[in-house]
Write a new protein. Structure first.
Length: 388
């Protein structure tokens, strides 16, 4: 059981490297392809939109087959897509490779989540979910900074070659250790789509979407943000790594929060997060203040993640048992719709008003997430499920 959970964390680590690497080496890709920063920022948005569009579709298609077989097939496509990114000849070639990568990444995450939910006890589910999401944070701490180093000495293409190699290693380990006899989900009378009309599901989806619209409006431009705070090129990787540590702490604490009040506490964390983004532009004028405030936003970035994921899974388990794979795909889908909204908005704000205005725009999205969370907690139909 523990070995399988560790391998699924490794899977999310590889997925996180693939998703976030463009943000970490954005200027280098722009220079290498002869495009502007906002054009590469658009690539981040397209990746997120593709992730959001294809994840529910592909997750629904693979729900009726063995999770093991689905995992192997999706992993193979993922590896090939990253090799394509590393070898692409121009902007549009890379754009299409990123669309393919996004199309399978979300479904692979959902299948991994189903595998973990089948091999752990109900009491261990929240912690396992948090660790799977922590794999994305570990990619920010280790994977993306390592990619920055590869880019500095060898070029940005080697960063994506590294991802393909890591994916191959992870797939090999999963093929040996993941049980092959995990059964597919039971059939749902309405094909699982009835889940999507549940008010609790919709509001949980909106919380994640608005949260990550705000956070990734900033994170997409983390490289120029750090430069504005006084970081030299050689220190960018370290700055991203420390921020990733804050995000990981946020994710791991989210598991404890999920069992100690969950989304009810989220009403207050969203308020604090909004305040941090509002004061960030002023704090950035003084490097000694800007980066610490930015680190606090990282500490709050994933704090509600496990609570929302557990809400979705609990609702599916109790009321829509044939829709578990679809339910596990909704949070990452909302996550990536939020990334698309945030990176697109960030591109407009960055071009029109500069890096200092990003914090104000991010605060608007976080405030919207807080309002939805407040409504969800006051909705009598949700009852105890708001605790995750």
């Amino acid at each position: 059981m523990r070995r399988v959970v560790v391998l699924m964390v490794l899977t999310t680590f590889v997925l996180g490297m693939s998703e976030f690497m463009v943000m970490g080496v954005l200027p280098d890709i722009a220079d290498g392809l002869g495009t502007g920063h906002s054009e590469i920022g658009l690539m981040v948005s397209v990746f997120a939109l593709s992730y959001a569009a294809f994840t529910p579709i592909i997750s629904g298609r693979v729900e009726r087959i063995s999770p093991y077989r689905a995992m192997v097939a999706l992993y193979a496509v993922f590896i090939v897509a990253n090799l394509w990114t590393a070898a692409c000849s121009g902007y549009w070639s890379m754009m299409f490779s990123r669309v393919v990568t996004a199309a399978v990444s979300g479904a692979l995450f959902s299948v991994g989540m189903v595998i973990v939910s089948r091999v752990v006890t109900p009491g261990e589910r929240a912690g396992s979910v948090a660790w799977m999401y922590a794999g994305f944070n570990i990619s920010s701490i280790l994977g993306v900074p390592l990619g920055v180093v590869f880019t500095e000495y060898l070029g940005w293409r080697y960063a994506f070659l590294m991802i393909a190699v890591a994916g191959t290693i992870a797939l090999s380990l999963c093929m040996v250790n993941v049980p092959r006899d995990i059964p597919p989900s039971p059939a749902s009378e309405k094909g699982g789509l009835d889940l999507l009309g549940d008010r609790r599901i919709i509001m949980g989806f909106m919380i994640t979407m608005f949260t990550f619209a705000g956070t990734f409006l900033m994170y997409t431009y983390i490289n120029p943000l750090l430069m504005t705070m006084g970081f030299e090129d050689s220190g960018i990787g370290l700055g991203i790594m420390v921020f990733g540590v804050m995000c990981m702490v946020s994710n791991l604490y989210a598991a404890r929060l999920s069992s100690r009040g969950g989304l009810r506490i989220g009403r207050f964390t969203f308020m604090l997060q909004t305040v941090m983004y509002v004061i960030l532009p002023t704090a950035m004028l003084l490097p000694v203040l800007g980066y610490p405030v930015f680190l606090v936003t990282g500490l709050l970035m994933y704090i509600m993640n496990s609570s929302v994921q557990m809400l979705l899974m609990n609702v599916a388990s109790s009321d829509y048992p044939g829709s578990m794979t679809l339910a596990t795909s909704l949070n990452p889908t909302a996550f990536n719709i939020g990334i698309a909204m945030g990176s697109l908005t960030g591109g407009f704000v960055y071009d029109a008003a500069g890096v200092f205005s990003l914090g104000y725009a991010a605060a608007v999205f976080i405030l919207m997430a807080g309002v939805v969370c407040l409504i969800l907690c006051r909705d009598s139909r949700v009852g105890g499920n708001v605790s995750g």
